[in-house]
Design a protein around this ligand. Structure first.
Ligand code: NI
Length: 384
């Protein structure tokens, strides 16, 4: 393809101008389909409303299968850059670099399609909807796309590093993301006669304090984790003690056992503190994606490929944020171990992701596509 870099940049700008919300990536999916089809790349006939899976088949006799996840959705943010290709959709923005993920994924697929006589096996490109909503991966996993995939690659834009710098780490890199809602039920009464009721606000305050003891007293100090209460709702005036209070928040863990411990302790502490105050607490636990774990062999391949392409590598920052990429690796979701590796692609130092002025240096697009193509051609040997 003549001037491939220009082609990728032009399409990146199109995706940037047309951000779509989770599960609404209709135009985005149509555009991905159009570009891949024009390049002669096969799209698997899955009944997905948004997102798609493309396949490049090598022509050498080999039955190796591998996969790359690219997320495609945008955020409800009003863009504040002055880019000539800024978002055309008010209130929506590609502020997490998923426009880069789409374009680099398409680029890698085209590069491999053109080189398909050099390798064998099947390379799947998963263009996944609704990462920002944390469960888009589960839509993809309802299909059989991963049934024959032994390991998976993932990547994310990183505005804390320069172009041509790749963040790589073995081990946990994103946290398990769980949400809780606690309903505290007391007995409402006059603000001047608290003795006539049971105050759910005082009870909720004690629960907030109690919950912070989990991280400091129950979790191994070498295991990263946190709990944040992010909302308290109760009452509507100054002289009435209400009947109910509601707390909401999130728990972030890396270790699987810690995650189970938190769920148990959040319930226990809430219910027992409430009982001590004469109130009752109901805890709803909403499990999100698990933690992403980077396989050691795959992390070493990520380093080797970066070295071969003349890129710099740095230790990847682990994050208490989540990514639903972790579902593809998850034993509970997949019924088997699927090693994965999720690297951070330096996109030029600037505003953080999810910021209205976040922007990707377009110089990163072609090298990212080339890097991903090389990763996908790499053999992951089983050393066990
Ligand atoms: Ni993202």
């Amino acid at each position: 393809m003549e001037n491939f870099e220009q082609y990728l940049i032009e399409n990146f700008k199109w995706f940037h101008r047309h951000p779509e919300m989770p599960y609404e990536e209709v135009q985005t999916t149509a555009k991905i389909r159009e570009l891949l089809t024009a390049a002669g790349i096969e799209i698997l006939p899955y009944p997905l409303e948004t997102g798609l899976v493309a396949v490049v088949r090598g022509q050498k006799p080999e039955d190796r299968v591998t996969a790359l996840r690219c997320d495609i959705d945008a955020l409800p943010i009003t863009e504040q850059t002055q880019l000539e290709y800024r978002s055309e959709i008010p209130g929506h923005m590609h502020a997490c670099g998923h426009d880069l993920h789409i374009t680099a994924g398409i680029g890698a697929a085209i590069l491999l399609q053109e080189r398909r006589d050099e390798f064998g096996g099947t390379i799947k490109f998963i263009f996944q909807p609704a990462e920002e909503e944390s469960h888009g991966a589960l839509k993809i996993l309802k299909t059989d796309v991963m049934d024959d995939v032994p390991y998976i690659w993932g990547f994310h834009a990183d505005p804390t590093n320069a172009v041509n710098v790749i963040g790589i780490r073995e081990g946990y890199v994103t946290a398990a993301v769980d949400r809780f809602v606690i309903k505290v039920k007391g007995i409402g009464c006059h603000g001047a006669h608290p003795d006539d009721g049971i105050d759910p606000i005082l009870t909720a305050s004690a629960i907030v304090q109690g919950l912070q003891s989990i991280v400091s007293r129950n979790v191994n100090a070498f295991h990263p984790s946190l709990l944040s209460v992010t909302r308290i709702t109760a009452g509507n005036t100054w002289n009435v003690i209400p009947t109910e209070a509601e707390l909401e928040g999130t728990v972030r863990t890396m270790d699987r056992e810690d995650r189970i411990l938190y769920e148990r302790k959040v319930k226990e502490i809430s219910q027992k503190i409430a009982a001590a105050y004469g109130a009752a607490a109901e805890v709803e636990w909403v499990a999100g994606p698990p933690a992403t774990y980077n396989d050691g062999r795959m992390a070493r391949i990520c380093e080797e490929v970066a070295y071969r392409l003349g890129m710099e590598t740095v230790p990847e920052e682990s994050s208490m944020g989540g990514d639903d990429f972790a579902f593809y690796e998850d034993l509970d979701t997949m019924g088997r171990d699927v090693p994965g590796c999720y690297v951070k692609i330096g996109t030029g130092v600037g505003h953080p992701i999810h910021h209205p002025s976040f922007c990707v240096d377009t110089a990163v697009i072609l090298p990212t596509a080339q890097y991903l193509a090389e990763l996908l051609l790499s053999e992951v040997y089983d050393e066990r």
